[in-house]
Design a protein around this ligand. Sequence first.
Ligand code: OGA
Ligand code: ZN
Length: 395
Amino acid sequence: METLQTQPTSDLSAVTDFYIESVEQSDRAIQMRWSDGIDTTYHSIWLRDNCPSAFHPQTGERCFDLLSVSQNIHPLSISLDNGTLIIEWSEQGHVSCFKQSWLREFCYSGELGKDHSSSYQSWGSEFINQIPEQSQQEIMTSDRALYEWMSALNTNGIAIINGMPDDSEAVVHTAKRIDYLRQTNFGMTFDVISEKDPINMAYTSLSLPLHTDLPNQEVPPGYQFLHFLSNESVGGESTFVDALKVLEELREDQPEYFRLLSEYAIPFRYHDQDHDIREHHRVINLNNFGNIVEIKYNAHIADIFDLPGEVMYDYYIAYRQLMGRLKDARYKIELKLAAGEMVVFDNRRVLHGRNAFDENVGKRHLRGCYVDRSEFKSRLRILGKQLAQKNDPGI
Ligand code: OGA
Ligand code: ZN
């Protein structure tokens, strides 16, 4: 064991107003006490793997080969110099320098460990008056407006764009302000019109019960854009439910049903003359921290369940319970969107549907496309960084 004491230093960056007060070395890790009394631990193997020299100076990608050192790598000496932690390693004669601001930012232990709670805010039917909205012109011309609208969409899973040009390509131009589109078997874009010879229920005038699109894909599309080019039929209102809200309540009230739906996978299948696309998925998807990150739900393309015999009946009970809850009016938003409006929602969180419409009265035509979640989140980060650099007071 070795303890170092230190004094305030000049590297008091934007990330922290605190400095390392003392450093102590144990078997596999280094413990630090900070000036605000917080204790943190960094494993030697982690520090060596993340030495600033481990990353390519231009691409920022890691070029260090972790297997070039042993798992027992440890410091021979540790020192602090003007806010920099300097470690001389037991292998390869390597020396690493870590800024204390960096150590604070990337700390993974104790009180300073990352907050893994969800940044989503779930909603029920009351949200109808709070759906974030922005004009297409602002979205197209202002990065700040785009950033704020996308932030609200990220948190709430749904947002509207109004003032869309009466142009069938407008959905593409607008979605591309975020990033490239996700192509599917229905094309780069799709037209939702009642057809004589439909290949899917959306292309009829029937009602569409709440669903997520394409759970039959290995990764269903992320954000869905639906531009209303016309909606003059009788009926054809859009319906939305935040599955996050429904699932949070299911988890609370009926944990056993929640468990079945989040542990067992069911088959989904879309097929027509040219395609037969199938995947098994869990209806409820959690991340490693137990946060609900996705629902895959579409009664039309759920295929023939092939669960183990001893689970089948119980699963049906849980699945029916979820179906029933999704119909509860407490959760539902119903809107008649008009020509010039576009609704955008996270297809992996917010269920959507529509009421039946009369195809003989007025016209109903929607044009849609998708942008995936990774691209959406990336754009949000980049916009945030760019606007912060410009020192935009709005960020
Ligand atoms: C769809 C769909 C909704 C609508 O095309 O997947 O859900 O309002 N359409 O027609
Ligand atoms: Zn749909």
